[in-house]
Design a protein around this ligand. Structure first.
Ligand code: NAI
Ligand code: MG
Length: 479
């Protein structure tokens, strides 16, 4: 006998969404000129209208940020700056449920994840950096710790509030002021964060939020009044930004794509590894730059492992992101859904075998079932390109060296996973893997104290931890 889950919907009554938003500049909400809709990707319901930032808006935001930098923030002691960060962190915790519900409505991710991962981690980033604000001289980054000035920050849609926290918290702790642009499909939690800045009585202009699309992002990148650019998003746009700032004095950090290998050796604890592979690729619908999107599996355990993986995939609950039992929510946008479809069709055509559990997808909104491809070879597009969806490509290996060679055979190098019972093998593999973050017998674990960043086309610089502070200080080179 099987017991069915009863629906367990989270209420949305805690959030109030305005029909239209402007920008947050100089401590106030100012009206925009052009607007575009932001929708709930699970239902296609229009939630609100978001302003598309123009040159005038970006100019005003940069001016406000400069004024706040020169007049207030750069003169304030680290201890005083830290108090504001602590205050922001506490307000985020107090309003956690509101943030979680809003994030899920605007992004499509399961409420379980926004509630248990995105929002608590975002608050943790503010708490962690609040602690650094008055201790920068002791961070081992030299004694003259000077901020850049005004930081321009551009973030993606996969972890909207969390990426904001990764950007804003270290910038403020080190004494910079910011102009931040959220992604066009997920601006609402950034606009709620603007309210938190007001509630925390953060001096006007220290945080400015200009909404808009790539054209607004480009205005920020190319603005002569900005001293530092921090970007998270596609490798394609990362390259455009690198070119744009190459001939300027701007300092830049880029967190770009990935195609992480999750390597399972034959001595791995199988059930735990299955759970780790599931978490590695299906967490946040696979919209994760460090997702374990390539399973690199030792051949002698492949049949047993894949059978268990499929049994586990059958239990993944796909559907209403507001339901507390949902594991896999909606794809963030139609554009992203089309990209996932295109790459998976390429997988079929190139000869890999597709498998998905039977699951009924809602008729409205953007959905893709949890999917694995077996029989994948290194030349296949689904083994090389970032799919950024709930799609796992399975490759096999016979010797440990072959596993490493396959894992490293990618233009990216953001993360990797190793599953083995043998400590010496884990250490050996970790030394060979060209990836910024390596998890052993776990995956997708994040902590503000731990630096995060990539090799090769996955980006420049580190975010988080002591290393991440250096990106916001002048004359401190990245380690
Ligand atoms: P994207 O890189 O275009 O967007 C990320 C951010 O950059 C957004 O805020 C966007 O408005 C802004 N942007 C776009 N063009 C810009 C420009 N020329 N100058 C300055 N800012 C600009 O990513 P998109 O189109 O949403 O997704 C495409 C693919 O990128 C995904 O399928 C995925 O493979 C990858 N991606 C990777 C992310 C990561 O965390 N590594 C995050 C988002 C996307
Ligand atoms: Mg784009």
């Amino acid at each position: 006998m099987t017991f069915e889950y009863a629906p367990a919907p989270e209420s949305r009554s805690i959030v109030s969404i305005s029909p239209q938003y402007g920008h947050f500049i100089g401590g106030k909400f100012v009206a925009g000129t052009k607007h575009f809709p932001t929708i709930n990707p699970a239902t296609e319901e229009v939630l609100s209208k978001i302003a598309c930032g123009t040159k005038i808006d970006v100019d005003a935001a940069v001016k406000a940020a400069r004024k706040a930098y020169v007049g207030t923030w750069s003169k304030m002691s680290g201890k005083e700056r830290g108090k504001y960060l602590f205050r922001i962190a506490r307000i985020m915790q107090e309003r956690a449920r509101e943030f979680a519900v809003l994030e899920t409505l605007d992004n499509g991710k399961p409420i379980r994840e926004s509630r248990d991962v995105d929002v608590p981690l975002a608050a943790a980033h503010f708490f962690y950096h609040a602690g650094w604000a008055d201790k920068l001289e002791y961070a081992g980054l030299g004694t003259s710790t000077k901020p850049h000035g005004v930081a321009g920050q551009i973030i993606p849609w996969n972890f909207p509030l969390l990426m904001l926290a990764w950007k804003v918290a270290p910038a403020l702790a080190t004494g910079n002021t910011v102009v931040l642009k959220p992604a066009e499909t997920t601006s609402l939690t950034a606009l709620l964060f603007a309210q938190v800045c007001q509630e925390a009585e953060l001096p006007a202009g220290v945080v400015n939020i200009v909404t808009g699309d790539g054209s607004t992002g480009a205005l920020i990148v190319n603005h002569p009044g900005i001293d530092k650019i921090a970007f998270t998003g596609s490798t394609e746009v990362g390259k455009i930004i690198a070119r744009a700032v190459a001939s300027t004095k701007k300092s830049v950090t880029l967190e770009l794509g990935g195609k992480a290998a999750n390597i399972v050796f034959d001595d791995a604890p199988i059930d735990e590894a299955v759970e780790g592979i599931i978490n590695g690729i299906f967490f946040n619908q696979g919209h994760v730059c460090c997702a374990g999107s390539r399973l690199v599996l030792q051949e002698n355990i492949a049949d047993e492992f894949l059978e268990k993986l499929k049994i586990r995939m059958n239990k993944i609950r796909v559907g209403d992101p507001m339901d507390k039992n949902t594991d896999l929510g909606a794809i963030n946008s139609q554009e992203q859904l089309l990209k996932i479809r295109e790459l998976t069709i390429a997988g079929d055509k190139e000869g890999a075998q597709r498998w998905s559990p039977e699951c009924a997808l809602p008729s409205k909104g953007f959905w893709f079932p949890p999917t694995i491809f077996t029989g994948v070879t290194q030349g296949h597009r689904i083994a090389r390109e970032e799919i950024f969806g709930p799609v796992l490509s399975v490759l096999t290996f016979r010797t440990p060296q072959e596993a490493i060679d396959k894992a490293n055979n990618t233009p990216f190098g953001l993360s990797a996973g190793i599953w083995s019972e043998k400590g010496s093998r884990i250490l050996w593999a970790a030394q060979q893997l060209r990836a910024g973050v390596i998890w052993a017998n776990t995956f997708n674990k994040f902590d503000p104290t731990s630096p995060f960043g990539g090799y090769k086309e996955s980006g420049w610089g580190r975010e988080g931890g002591r290393h991440g502070l250096s990106a916001y200080l002048k004359g401190v080179s990245h380690e």
